[in-house]
Design a protein around this ligand. Sequence first.
Ligand code: FCB
Length: 462
Amino acid sequence: MTTIPPLPTALQTRAHEIGRRYPRDFVWGAATAAPQIEGSTDADGRTPSIWDTFARVPGAVADGDTLDHADEHYFRWRDDIALMSELGLDAYRFSIAWPRIVPTVDSPANRSGLDFYDRLVDELLSRGIEPFATLYHWDLPQWQQDRGGWADRSVAHRFAEYATRVAERLGDRVHKWMTLNEPWVYVFLGHLDGVHAPGIRSEEHAVRAMHHSLLAHGLGTQALRAVLPSDGRIGIALSMSPAEPATPTPHDGAAADRFDLYRNWLFLHPIMRGEYHPGTSELFRAEIPIEDGDLDVISHPIDFVGINYYSRGVVRADDSIPVMRARETPPPGVVTAMGWEVHPQGIADIIAQTHERYAPAAIYVTENGSAWDDEVTDEGAVFDTGRVDYLTAHLTAAATCLEGGIPLRGYFAWSLLDNFEWAEGYRKRFGIVHVDYPTQRRTVKQSGAVYRSVALAHETEV
Ligand code: FCB
């Protein structure tokens, strides 16, 4: 059993003051994703995802790491939920592995796959932790990739069928749903830059994958609505990164505008407005495969927008970069182990911009966090000062949004556990809980204790 490390009084007070700036019913959560934590990649009928395949391409993932074991969450889930409870969490954002639920193109729903999430949800609820389920966090079944992946329109219909199967089983108990996680990342890093699965480098593929992701979101939303009770709430989690020009020249100003559209509004605009943003046609040479009625489906109303925020982009014009024709400059100031700038104001800026542009009924920060080169002391403690500073500074900045009347309803720390960080493998640690991979031992970091104090601020006196 893990324990929460004691905090120095100054840190305890700081955490408490931050927590008190948020309303009592604010949702404090932590997030993970199936392929990053579950392991057991061939258990109970699961078939490979595109990340299982990609991780086996030599050089694709740092140190040749694979998803095979990860955090062994597939059989340690009960202890992990006990840990969430110790951390005082109100909610847990997890993803469901599509290849566990639909192992082959024509198979019926896989009972044992569904059983896993069923038990997970029941255990969460028994601990008073609200489940927030994401249907797609990048683990496309390999069988769909073999049929053209996201570039083939069939994916959107298959996603909707999968959504129906999951909602029929869990919809009586899970009230918060996200269709897709960060389509910008898997579409463009996966199909244009080729550094994520499926490792394709083609603008045409990327543009097709973009449109079919939007369509999958829309059809998935409709499918969920048809099954969920009236208190079901549906959203999407989008990566966002406010843009700033590196210099005041018009050239760099235009580059920052392109970055802003590409990274922040490319997906959200059609969802909220029923049309592609007018600037979209200037980004791409490839044609978007829109068919009649698609935009009505894509803009089927949603209930909340999830923002995943890590850093901003300071950019300059560079015509050699495809699509965006802009390059991120080395950030000034402190950077994390990912090389991402620590820029707390950015979280408040991007929440405010989302609210001003589209006014969704609710906004959640569905991911925010940082990677650092953590060390475990001989006494078994992790003093992750960089992460503590990052966390407290971002929560302090985000609180200003509430004071401005924005409907920010919750915050999810990325991540509950150190885990498989995609192309970076297990090298980069984002957890508020440390995982020693050989022993699978969990150790709550100092940031985890700070987060607990924030989350419980209304329940405790300092
Ligand atoms: C986001 C992903 C998440 C995690 C963090 C660091 O882009 O959604 O899975 O890897 O970055």
